[in-house]
Design a binder for this molecule. Structure first.
Ligand code: 5GP
Ligand code: ZN
Length: 113
């Protein structure tokens, strides 16, 4: 499988790591769309949010912790940030390994599309 995020997770490709726990890795987006642009990624390969199950309790719990801690760590918790996960090409997904974009550090337009 040729997945760029799996290659980052297994250390084959470099990344600017922001946060790591047993099941989750977070690193800076290579093409930042805002001063703070972090990708929060489960280490286990799954294509999108549709493959994440309620039985994945450890991953879900670690994702929740990662979101909060990264928001605090990067200084956007108070002023605000946006969390986005694209599923499928119609939504603009380009890397087919589940990830959440955490965006902040500037005023973001009030738009859903
Ligand atoms: P998507 O469009 O799938 O929601 O988001 C994929 C994101 O991954 C894009 O914002 C893109 O800039 C980022 N990205 C793609 N390849 C790499 C890479 O090799 N390293 C890092 N850090 N980010 C990447
Ligand atoms: Zn992958």
């Amino acid at each position: 499988m040729d997945c760029v995020f799996c290659r980052i997770i297994n250390g084959e490709l470099p990344s600017k790591k922001i946060y790591e726990s047993e099941h989750v890795l977070a690193f800076e987006d290579i093409q930042k769309a805002a001063p703070i642009h972090v990708l929060i990624v489960p280490k286990r390969h799954m294509e999108s949010i549709m493959e994440l199950s309620e039985n994945d309790v450890e991953t879900l719990s670690e994702l929740q912790k990662a979101i909060k801690q990264i928001a605090e760590l990067t200084g956007v918790a108070t002023n605000g940030f946006r969390l986005v996960s694209n599923k499928g090409t119609a939504a603009g997904q380009t890397v087919f390994h589940l990830h959440f974009h955490l965006l902040g550090g500037r005023d973001l337009e009030l738009t859903l599309a």
